[in-house]
Design a protein around this ligand. Structure first.
Ligand SMILES: C[S@@+](CC[C@H](N)C(=O)[O-])C[C@H]1O[C@@H](n2cnc3c(N)ncnc32)[C@H](O)[C@@H]1O
Length: 288
């Protein structure tokens, strides 16, 4: 008898095509209950905190002192504030369309006395208020699947290409669309065991709204930047990343990472280790 995960991977391997896309019903997350619930998942010990630590290390290895870094769909800013704390000589700007998310993000930055991060209300698919070639790095975490359709994804990559300086850094991480409903329900079921029903439902909606690995690869090719590579978790694209290579070593920041990992409980630590392992099998090394 196959275990749940091998069974899900088998369904993925044998399905003929990706599932049809179902966009998120709340594209811009401005409802106050949504903002509160989402923010609580990203606090230390919450379900999103492990992925935040992972992304914070990856981003820290790609930014340098003096850079201006844009975070697309920053939400309540928990990831960006953490990265800003780890990289005090770099300037960070979070972009989101939800005023309530932005208020939360600003309040957290102020309570941590962060002076190297700000937050602006803007559509990340157009980045209208951002000048051409004015940004040193563009990052994003779990946000691109909130775009309404494939055309908006293309527009978003074109906007990234416009605002990012020619040798700028990129780190875009998101969910990938699965190929089988049965595997999707197995992965959601795993989340439902340890998390709230609402979070499991959010995860289901995100997986349905995710773009496919082929969508990402097409947009990366259109971006026309040789240094951008595509990575994904093998067999099932639960996580996908478009990234330029690391530019710096991060010894100090890795010490902060290790300290934060020590404070995680066993379940969270195991989830983080799994993300790290599966993306590294997919080719994305973890900077030391
Ligand atoms: C799932 S949250 C991700 C937040 C954060 N990046 C993280 O890693 O937790 C997606 C965010 O994207 C924002 N968003 C959706 N569409 C947007 C758009 N077109 N322009 C700017 N923000 C958008 C939502 O309001 C929401 O805050």
């Amino acid at each position: 008898m196959l275990g749940d995960i091998p069974r899900a991977l088998w369904y993925e391997a044998t399905a003929s095509d990706s599932l049809p896309r179902r966009p998120e019903h709340e594209l811009v997350m401005n409802d106050s209950n949504t903002v509160t619930d989402y923010t609580s998942c990203g606090t230390e010990g919450g379900a999103l905190f492990g992925p935040y630590l992972y992304n914070a290390v990856q981003v820290s290895a790609r930014v340098q002192a003096g850079d201006l870094v844009l975070d697309l769909g920053c939400g309540s800013g928990q990831l960006l504030n953490l990265i800003a704390q780890w990289n005090p000589a770099t300037q960070f700007r979070g972009v989101d369309l939800a005023p309530n998310m932005l208020s939360k993000a600003r309040a957290t930055a102020a309570s941590s006395s962060l002076s190297n991060v700000d937050f602006i209300q803007s559509d990340f698919s157009t980045l209208e208020s951002i000048a051409d070639g004015s940004v040193d790095a563009v990052i994003s975490s779990m946000a691109l699947h909130h775009l309404p359709d494939r055309i908006a994804l293309s527009r978003c990559f074109a906007s990234i290409g416009r605002v990012l300086r020619p040798d700028g850094a990129l780190y875009l991480m998101d969910f990938g669309r699965l190929r089988s409903d049965r595997s999707l329900e197995i992965f959601v079921g795993k989340v439902a065991i340890s998390e709230t029903e609402a979070l499991a439902e959010d995860y289901r909606a995100s997986l349905h709204a995710a773009f496919t690995p082929e969508d990402f690869q097409t947009e990366i090719a259109r971006l026309g930047r040789q240094s951008v590579e595509f990575y994904r978790t093998p067999l099932a694209p639960l996580a996908m990343v478009a990234a330029t290579p690391p530019r710096s070593t991060v010894p100090g920041r890795n010490a902060q990472f290790r300290q934060a990992v020590r404070r995680l409980n066993r379940t969270r630590r195991a989830e983080l280790a799994q993300l790290r392992m599966f993306l590294s099998i997919g080719g994305l090394g973890f900077p030391r």
